[in-house]
Design a protein around this ligand. Structure first.
Ligand code: XIL
Length: 357
């Protein structure tokens, strides 16, 4: 806000300079308060993304329009997950993923491929048939087939992938003992990155994790894990922090910037990949906006390459099911696709970085 106000002030004063002897200053760009997030992000070379659902993109023109005008990047919320693409062994379904990638191309948007290896047992994670494979060679072989099939199908069209999602325990810094860990050992993480690199050496390969901004032990563990992978020469290009906020407490000030800066110092790109912040008794639209501003400011200060929210609008959010109750209204567009104070907060945060020298 302050930086925007200063810039507006500069524009207002610029006429006076013609009557003085002061050397000519370049005219500051007027601030366009009506510009969309997508337009503003373009000036920063920033990806501003949203998780989307392919059926909704195809069936709801208002949803598709909102996605295309406000964002320049899409993440398939579920359409590239194993349980959707290969729900039963040998049965492949690319209909949702194909439609989503076509939509992105038509609207000149990037796609964040999500997600190749996700061992958690929630929602559309790993299907049972994969979960039941105990033999390491067999699991390696289905993993190779899956990663090769998906990455090759979209090569040149999807060039940023979440290769490993949520490798750590939900509430701590140990590696999650998911079926990949149990069958292949902790090396499954390095193996997945090596495999993805072999399939598409041009793709950016990311690791994605949650709650680091609330759990300092988990943040330390993830930084150590990524440092170790880099040390071994594993091709990790980026690390995403999900930043779903499930409770009224915001992350401690500085926590997002701290962990992303430590990761960036290891030489990887960083991003916020799944931001949402529900309303509740203690959080109204303005405090929601303040929360968005805090998290996005810190991400940008750490040099984020991307900020993605987990859904287009408040009428379709996983939190209504995951948390129960609701509506939780955690996104930057309301259920009628109107921009919320949270939207302005993200926009102001990006504009502030463009105004600073
Ligand atoms: C969620 C989807 O939003 C839900 O629709 C689905 O039922 C379960 O998965 N972390 C992730 C995302 O990396 O893939 C999850 O998405 C939310 C938590």
């Amino acid at each position: 806000m302050l930086a925007v106000a200063v810039l507006v002030g500069l524009v207002a004063c610029s006429d006076d300079s013609a009557t003085t002897e002061a050397p000519a200053q370049p005219e500051p760009e007027p601030v366009d308060r009506d510009a969309s997030l997508r337009e503003i992000a373009a000036d920063s070379g920033l990806r501003i993304g949203a998780a989307v659902d392919a059926d909704a993109l195809q069936q709801d023109p208002a949803y598709a329009h909102a996605a295309a005008i406000h964002f320049n990047s899409l993440t398939p919320e579920n359409d590239m997950k194993w349980s959707v693409v290969q729900p039963r062994r040998g049965e492949w379904d690319f209909s949702g993923a194909d439609a989503l990638v076509d939509f992105a191309e038509e609207h000149e948007m990037a796609v964040r491929g999500h997600t190749l290896v996700w061992g958690q047992d929630v929602g559309n994670g790993m299907p049972d048939w994969v979960r039941q494979i105990r033999d390491p060679d067999e699991l390696r072989s289905v993993l190779r087939e899956y990663v090769t099939t998906l990455m090759s199908r979209y090569a040149g069209r999807v060039e940023r992938w979440d290769v490993v999602n949520e490798p750590l325990l939900i509430g701590g810094g140990e590696l999650d003992r998911n079926p990949f860990f149990e069958a292949l050992g902790p090396e499954y993480i390095a193996e997945a990155f090596e495999l993805a690199h072999e399939v598409n050496p041009d793709a950016e390969l990311w690791l994605n994790e949650h709650s680091l901004e609330h759990l300092s032990d988990k943040a330390d563990a993830l930084v150590a894990l990524v440092a170790d992978l880099i040390e071994q020469g594993v091709p990790v290009d980026g690390v995403g922090l999900q930043t779903h906020q499930f409770s009224s407490s915001l992350p401690p000030p500085g926590a997002v910037e701290d962990v992303l800066t430590r990761l960036g110092d290891l030489g990887v790109e960083v991003a916020i990949t799944e931001l949402d912040l529900p309303l509740d008794e203690a959080r109204d639209l303005d405090s929601q906006a303040a929360g968005y501003r805090q998290i996005v400011d810190e991400c940008l200060a750490a040099g984020c390459a991307e900020i993605s929210v987990w859904g287009v609008d408040d009428s379709r959010t996983w939190l209504d099911e995951f948390l129960g109750g609701g509506p939780h209204e955690p996104l930057v567009l309301d259920a009628d696709y109107q921009t919320k104070p949270a939207y302005d907060a993200v926009r102001d945060a990006i504009l502030a970085t463009q105004a600073s020298p």
